[in-house]
Design a protein around this ligand. Structure first.
Ligand code: ATP
Ligand code: MG
Length: 275
C-alpha cells in the first residue's frame, strides 16, 4: 500500500479533531442533563403551586396573577429547552456573521444554575461589536469549557468577568473570560492546551471534567476560525483567557440591546436569591 500523502494525513487529522469536538459536546450535553432536570423540576413546582393557588382563589385579580406566574415559568422552561436543543444541534457547519452577545446569552442560560450552586457570580460587560465570522455553536462550546474551567478553579465560589469588545486595530471581536480562582503555576501553563493534560483527579461533584480535552478543543476551534486564544494567569489571583475572532469588516456596529445585556448580568447579580 502506498504511504499516505501529507494531504491525506492532514484530512485525517481534521476529521479526528472534529470527532473529538463532537465527543466533547456530547459529554457536555450529558453533564447538562442533570442541571436541566433540576431546573425543570423547579419550573414544574412553580406551575403546580400557582395553578393550585389560582384554583383556590375566587378573586379575578389574584387568579390573573397566578396565570402570569404560570406563563413566566412556562416561558422560562421553553427558553431552556431551546437553549439545550440549540447547543445539541449542529447549526450551519460553516462560518457566518455571528453576534457573540447572543452566544454569551445562550451559554449563560445553560450554566446559570450550576454557577449559582457553586456561588460563582458573573459580571458581564457587553460592548457594541460588529458580528464575528464564526460558527456560533462551536464558540458556545468553547465558552462553556472556559466557564466550567473557571468555576472549577473557584471551589469556594468567586467571580467570573465576561467582556465582549471590538478591537478595531486588529479587526477582531474579543471575548475575555476571567476568574479569580487558583491560577495556573508557570510550569503548567505551557501545557494546558495539550490534549489529555489535566491537573484534575477525575470528575468533580457535578460529574464534570478531568479528561484534559477541553482547552485542546478550544484551541482547535479558535485556530480553525483564524482567531487567537490567549491566557494569562497568576497563582492565587486568577486566570484570564481572551478569544480574538475575526470581525466582519464594514458591518454596522449594532446599537447595544440594553435589555438583553442587563438581563444577562442581573440573572447572576444575586445568586443566593435564586439558589
Ligand atoms: N481557569 C482556570 N484556572 C485554573 N486552572 C485552569 C483553568 N483553566 C484550565 N486550567 C488548567 O488547565 C488544565 C487543562 O484544562 P482542560 O479544560 O483542557 O482540561 P480539564 O478541565 O482538566 O478536563 P476537561 O475539560 O476535559 O474536563 C486543567 O486541568 C487545569 O489544571
Ligand atoms: Mg476543562
Amino acid at each position: 500500500m502506498p504511504a499516505p500523502t501529507v494531504e491525506q494525513l492532514e484530512a485525517e487529522i481534521a476529521q479526528l479533531q472534529e470527532q473529538i469536538r463532537q465527543a466533547q459536546k456530547l459529554t457536555a450535553l450529558g453533564e447538562l442533563a442533570s442541571t436541566v432536570t433540576h431546573e425543570f423540576n423547579n419550573v414544574l413546582m412553580t406551575i403546580v403551586n400557582y395553578a393550585k393557588l389560582g384554583l383556590r382563589q375566587r378573586d379575578q385579580a389574584a387568579r390573573n396573577k397566578a396565570f402570569e406566574k404560570i406563563l413566566a415559568a412556562g416561558n422560562r422552561a421553553a427558553k431552556i429547552t431551546n437553549g439545550v436543543l440549540g447547543f445539541a444541534r449542529n447549526r450551519a457547519p460553516g462560518y457566518e456573521p455571528t453576534d457573540l452577545a447572543r452566544v454569551i446569552d445562550d451559554t449563560m442560560l445553560l450554566l446559570e444554575r450550576e454557577l449559582t450552586k457553586y456561588r460563582v457570580k458573573v459580571d458581564c460587560y457587553v460592548q457594541p461589536t460588529p458580528p464575528a465570522m464564526a460558527n456560533g455553536n462551536q464558540i458556545q462550546q468553547v465558552l462553556m469549557n472556559l466557564m466550567i474551567n473557571a468555576r472549577q478553579a473557584m471551589p469556594n465560589g468567586g467571580r467570573i468577568t465576561l467582556r465582549l469588545s471590538h478591537d478595531a486595530e486588529s479587526g477582531t471581536v474579543d471575548l475575555l473570560v476571567r476568574d479569580n480562582g487558583s491560577g495556573i503555576p508557570p510550569d503548567k501553563l505551557p501545557h494546558i492546551f495539550d490534549s489529555f493534560f489535566t491537573t484534575k483527579s477525575g470528575p468533580d461533584a457535578s460529574g464534570k471534567g478531568g479528561t484534559g480535552l477541553g482547552l485542546s478543543m478550544c484551541r482547535n476551534v479558535i485556530e480553525a476560525h483564524h482567531g487567537k486564544i490567549r491566557v494569562e494567569s497568576s497563582v492565587g489571583k486568577g486566570t484570564a483567557f481572551t478569544l480574538k475572532l475575526p470581525a466582519i469588516k464594514n458591518a454596522p456596529t449594532p446599537v447595544i440591546d440594553l435589555a438583553t445585556a442587563t438581563a444577562a448580568t442581573s440573572a447572576f447579580a444575586s445568586p443566593t436569591e435564586r439558589a
